[in-house]
Structures are given as C-alpha cells and as structure tokens.
Write a protein that binds this ligand. Sequence first.
Ligand code: CA2
Length: 146
Amino acid sequence: MKPIYILNGPNLNRLGKREPEIYGTTTLAEVEEMCRTAAGERPIEFRQTNSEEKLIDWVHEAIDEASGIIVNPAAFTFTSLALLDALKMFKGPIIEFHISNIHRREPIYHRSYVSMTATTVIAGLGATGYQLAVRAMELLLKEQRR
Ligand code: CA2
C-alpha cells in the first residue's frame, strides 16, 4: 500500500505556539499523531519544511512513491509557480489543506496557485481538520479521482 504524503510549508513548525486565535493551540506533532490514527493501516509520510526547494523535491519524490498528496503549502500557496508545476506532474489525488479559511482573510490570501491543480481544497476546519483530510483522501483514492 503506497503512503499518503502530508507536506507542510513554511512556519507551520510553529503551530500551537503563536497566533492561537487564527491557528489554534494544537502542535504539528499532535497533528501528525492524529493523521497516523486517522490513516489506520495506510502509511503516511508527514513532513514540514521552511524551504521551497525542499517542498518541491518532496513533491518529486511523491510522484514516484505516493498514492495521494495532502499539502498545506502555507505562504507558498500564493507565490510558487514552481510548486504548482511540480504538483501538476502528480497523477494521483491532491488535497490542498489550510487550517484557516483563507477566503475570510485579507485579499493577499485569496489567490491560490495550488488550487489550479488540487483535486479539492479544505480550509477553515482548524488543525484537527487534517484528520478529515486523511479520511477524504481515502475516498478520493477509492474513487480513483484526480
Ligand atoms: O491556514 C493555513 O493553514 C495557512 O496555509 C497558513 C499559512 C498562511 O500563509 C496561509 O494563508 C494559510 C501561514 C502559516 C503560518 O504558520 C504559523 C503557525 C503558527 C503560528 C503562526 C504562524
């Protein structure tokens, strides 16, 4: 069974430690644990980086190794054509995930490049929403969605 890659972008290593009014108090380590529980038998690769280069390298790795990608690209959502190009090469389902509802925030957070290739977008459920993304990914895999 191929793993689901759960990739997290810049600053998300600080989750639960700053701006709790927007991002809550759950830490990224706790999110990883929830995802592992939600995934059951399915292996997951859960990673975070502050580097655009590393995130793109992980998407390239996922092209060969992953069944699906759940990606919270954080600020790269709104800036990175390189990330969009890499994700476009992935043949399986992609869930773009945001802790906050980016559409309720300032206009700079409204235009996502990643949405142009994502199978679906989940935003605004808070950090615990990651586990729903894992369950949604199982449905997308079952239905062979892209
Ligand atoms: O809501 C999300 O998940 C975001 O992807 C988070 C990004 C933001 O640029 C997106 O608009 C929405 C920012 C992540 C900043 O990470 C922090 C984590 C903890 C405390 C403060 C910032």
